[in-house]
Design a binder for this molecule. Structure first.
Ligand SMILES: O=P(O)(O)OC[C@H]1O[C@H](O)[C@H](O)[C@@H](O)[C@@H]1O
Length: 545
């Protein structure tokens, strides 16, 4: 198998990295009035400006040629055709089928549209029952509060979306999330819960995850300790899972289970039954709109020509930054408070997907793959880590995301927020030379000597790439489209890097070792460990007595 680095397209890009990749964007903008128009586009109501990245037409052409040489389009088609592109687990990757509406999808030749629709109908009917107060608890009161117990993909998506779509929340209801196995998370959540009106949603694809099973068991114990009987569990506990046997084993009836399938990756599962807490919070119509927004982005990704295909272009630009220009990190900076959990969500989506270092055929990659992703809602990040983004030694490409309208148009808050959303990328691109800094200091009254001394500190290198994404408003539709855009960017990058974006074996080893260590913290015999781990175990056991 040829390595990506043997491809002539790869080598062309390596050469371009030393030429075009070093050009200052100030000059690129200076020489080209059409840059913004040429390097921006819109799909499914998400407008994307990628002109403030270090690309030229030559770079873009070379990236698109690389994509062709890597078979990105063929792999995309294989994904949508339900082929088992998750090769290490022998599974299809078909979360698009969950949101596809009437579009047909099949896995291994078998149509799945029907079963997807059946579960969606089951979810819709359940939501209707809860929302009309017909689903009653063990004392006859309607259930008003939802506690979702899940972790990773069974938590981050629903948390992010319910936060993002708070303006659509049905009044008088609330959704809470417990993920950490740290008892504090559950204990603090239960403190404000009324057992008579609380619905527990146990969300776990495998229904074996230690954190979730432990929290679910403790929630059940708490519920039973409040005067409810075993038979009442059915009214207050539902499961979202692929594992019917384990759900039964836990004591939840299959009729209270909302299922999904092994072709839905955990970090791509918010569109499945895992989205139930979202639907419970925002209502069915809005949940459907979320799915429709994502489906519109799927259509764009499948149908738009390469040069207009935003997920393809953004994915390739990310590869350019990471594998050719040596940029290690990627910041996601939403200028919308409701999107404050988007970076955390994308951390799992991206880092668990492309945090890989062997190719599909098992060889060590000879290039950099997935970046370190982090972020924070603007403008808070500006007062925390942006200093490093502006003047640090690492160049960190950033995504700036903003809605033109806020759900809370309070005084002049939103224009101020938007001004920051616009100013930061401008500053990151333009920078400020030492000469400019010196001139400004002198204009501000500094002496020549003082200006000379301070200018290096006040100079900004600029040429720091940013992508700006703009939506009219954060709605279920635009949010769905935005999430799907990122999913496909991750797909494109995985396809170019020749890694399996759909497994996560790296999470396993720690889990196995934790299982082995647990008995040693509960009075069991000491196991075999390195001196550091053994020393820490002994110390913890000493402290806990
Ligand atoms: O939904 P579950 O089976 O409980 O899995 C929850 C999470 O477990 C692991 O951490 C995996 O790495 C995640 O991808 C997954 O989302």
């Amino acid at each position: 198998m040829t390595s990506r680095t043997d491809l002539s397209e790869w080598q062309t890009l390596q050469t371009l990295a030393g030429t075009d990749g070093q050009r200052h964007m100030r000059d690129l903008f200076g020489r080209d009035e059409g840059r913004f128009e040429r390097y921006s586009g819109e799909a499914a109501s998400v407008f994307v400006d990628y002109s403030k990245t270090r690309i030229t037409d030559d770079v873009l052409d070379a990236l698109l040629a690389l994509s062709k040489a890597c078979g990105v389009t063929e792999r995309r088609d294989a994904m949508f055709a339900g082929e088992p592109i998750n090769e290490t687990e022998g599974r299809a990757v078909l979360h698009a089928a969950l949101r596809g509406g009437d579009r047909k999808f099949a896995v291994g030749g078998e149509d799945v549209t029907g079963e997807v629709k059946a579960v969606l109908s089951q979810m819709e009917a359940f939501c209707a029952k809860v929302h009309t107060d017909e689903h009653l608890g063990y004392t006859g009161k309607p259930l008003k509060t939802v506690v979702n117990i899940g972790i990773g993909g069974s938590d981050l998506g629903p948390v992010m979306v319910t936060e993002a779509l708070k303006p659509y929340a049905i009044p008088g209801r609330s959704v809470h999330f417990v993920s950490n196995v740290d008892g504090t998370h559950l204990a603090e959540t239960l403190k404000v819960m009324d057992p008579e009106t609380t619905l527990f949603v146990i969300a776990s694809k495998t229904f074996t995850t230690q954190e979730t099973m432990t929290n679910a068991q403790s929630a059940r114990d708490w519920f039973l300790s409040k005067g409810a009987g075993e038979a009442d569990v059915a009214k207050h506990f539902v499961a979202l899972s692929t594992n019917e046997d384990a759900v039964k084993g836990f004591g939840i009836e299959p009729s209270n289970m909302f299922r999904f399938w092994d072709w839905v990756g955990g970090r791509y599962s918010l569109w499945s039954a895992i989205g139930l807490p979202i639907a419970l919070q925002i209502g069915w119509k809005n949940f459907r709109a979320l799915l429709d927004g994502a489906a519109a982005m799927d259509d764009h990704f499948r149908g738009a020509p390469d040069r207009e295909n935003l997920p393809l272009l953004l994915g390739l630009i990310g590869v350019w930054h990471r594998s050719f220009l040596g940029m290690h990190a990627h910041a996601v900076l939403p200028y919308d408070q409701y999107l404050h959990r988007l970076p955390a969500y994308l951390q799992q989506a991206d880092m668990e997907s492309n945090g890989k270092s062997v190719t599909l055929s098992g060889e060590k990659v000879a290039y950099d793959t997935g970046p370190i992703l982090f972020g924070e809602a603007g403008t808070n990040g500006q007062h925390a880590f942006y200093q490093l983004i502006h003047q640090g030694t690492d160049v960190i490409p950033c995504d700036f995301i903003a809605p033109a309208h806020s759900h809370n148009e309070l005084g002049d808050h939103h224009p101020k927020l938007l001004a920051n959303f616009l100013a930061q990328p401008e500053a990151l691109m333009q920078g400020r030379t030492a000469e400019e800094a010196k001139a400004e200091l002198i204009a501000g009254g500094a002496s020549e000597e003082e200006a000379e001394r301070l200018a290096p500190h006040k100079a900004f290198p600029g040429n720091r790439p940013t992508v700006s994404m703009l939506v009219e408003k954060v709605t279920p539709m635009t949010l769905g489209a935005l999430i799907a855009l990122y999913e496909h960017v991750i797909f494109v990058q995985g396809a170019v890097w020749d890694v399996n974006s759909y497994d996560q074996w790296g999470v396993e080893l720690g889990k196995v070792l934790a299982k082995a260590i647990l008995p040693e913290l509960q009075g069991g015999e000491a196991g075999t460990h390195d001196a550091s781990t053994a020393g820490l175990i002994a110390r913890i056991n000493g402290l806990r007595g």
